[in-house]
Design a binder for this molecule. Structure first.
Ligand code: DQA
Length: 326
């Protein structure tokens, strides 16, 4: 789940609200019809005219499928007819949280009566046409929606506020249902699998398994989902970071062990997945040990560095992600 999708009849305010919402959500705005226009190099009306509605719907489906693998989270305004295809309805559900901006026939008529850019309404009886299309689509919008916002009588500002509230409520509910927890990859570099054996006077007597169990408990408290990876090999860690990019994880916590102090390759791997927030953690206080440990070549690729707090440092690292509004 990542995008916010606005669905509803033409004239219900999807595009205007989505643009405003993109500021609140701090996610870029995307208009599905614009995406189709760019892909086809033709205006929507021209696509309908020259290639027909069935063709248009196929391109619409292709665009929705592309969004399934996009790296960014968008606030998306969709075309009024997007819900007509069952495939589209299924993809919309997978793409994120769908909010239906439900407008009554009267509101729509008032908003659309002078709009000449809507080919479907260029008839003698636009009001009747609106009522007819609405009755055909209403159930589809409702079945596709995770939340419904009634927009009759609301200003655009108020509608935007209500849509944001609806989105937040849905997101919270999903997190509580554990369906939509943020996925954090917790990585450990060389020798950290030897915790409990290696230098207990510095790292304590608890083992790597104890650390994994403790972090799992922290994650539960913070409603995050964690997976673990440990390797003694630089290349394997780099491969795992690249895999995390493909898996679209929400964050990485990394204790690179001694690689911290000299691995530019690991720095570059972390820097190359710029869209993923990252926190570097060290059990010991690396600033108060041998001189070479005070230098971290990897920390600049991370948003935060935590050291000297033992296992507790990982709680702070996870808190960074649970507080982050992304
Ligand atoms: C460490 C500190 C590093 O200097 C050292 O090489 C480690 C562990 C820590 O967690 O304190 O392996 O990252």
């Amino acid at each position: 789940m990542k995008h916010i999708l606005l669905i509803g009849f033409m004239g219900c305010g999807k595009t205007t609200v989505a643009k405003r919402l993109s500021y609140t959500a701090r996610s870029p705005f995307l208009d599905l019809d614009d995406m189709i226009v760019k892909k086809e190099g033709m205006a929507i009306s021209e696509i309908f005219e020259k290639k027909g509605e069935a063709y248009f719907r196929r391109v619409e489906t292709e665009c929705l499928k592309e969004l399934l693998t996009s790296k960014s989270s968008y606030v998306i305004s969709t075309g009024g007819g997007v819900v007509l295809s069952e495939t589209n309805r299924k993809i919309l559900k997978k793409l994120g949280i769908c909010i239906y901006l439900r407008a009554g026939e009267n509101t729509l008529y008032q908003r659309l009566k002078n709009d000449k850019s809507r080919p479907l309404l260029q008839t003698d009886n636009p009001r009747g046409r609106i009522a007819q299309i609405l009755s055909e689509r209403k159930k589809l919008y409702e079945s596709c929606a995770d939340r419904i916002v009634d927009v009759d009588g609301l200003t655009i500002a108020k509608t935007t506020e209500k849509v944001w509230e609806a989105f937040e409520a849905e997101r919270l509910q999903r997190r509580e249902n554990k369906k939509d927890r943020k996925r954090i990859l917790v990585m450990h570099g060389p020798n950290l699998n030897f915790l409990g054996i290696r230098e207990p006077e510095i790292y304590g007597t608890q083992t790597y398994d104890d650390l994994v169990n403790t972090i799992t408990e922290y994650a539960k408290e913070l409603s995050l989902s964690v997976t673990f990876y440990q390797s003694n090999h630089e290349g394997a860690l780099i491969d795992r970071i690249q895999q995390a990019y493909r898996d679209n994880v929400d964050g990485i916590v990394i204790n690179p062990g001694a690689l911290t102090h000299y691995s530019y390759a690991l720095h570059d791997a972390l820097a190359s997945v710029a869209a993923i927030p990252k926190v570097e953690v060290h059990l010991s206080d690396i600033t108060k040990r041998e001189g070479f440990r005070a230098i971290s070549v990897t920390k600049d690729a991370c948003q935060l560095q935590i050291y000297g707090k033992g296992f507790e440092g990982y709680r702070d690292a996870l808190m960074f992600f649970s507080q982050k509004n992304s």
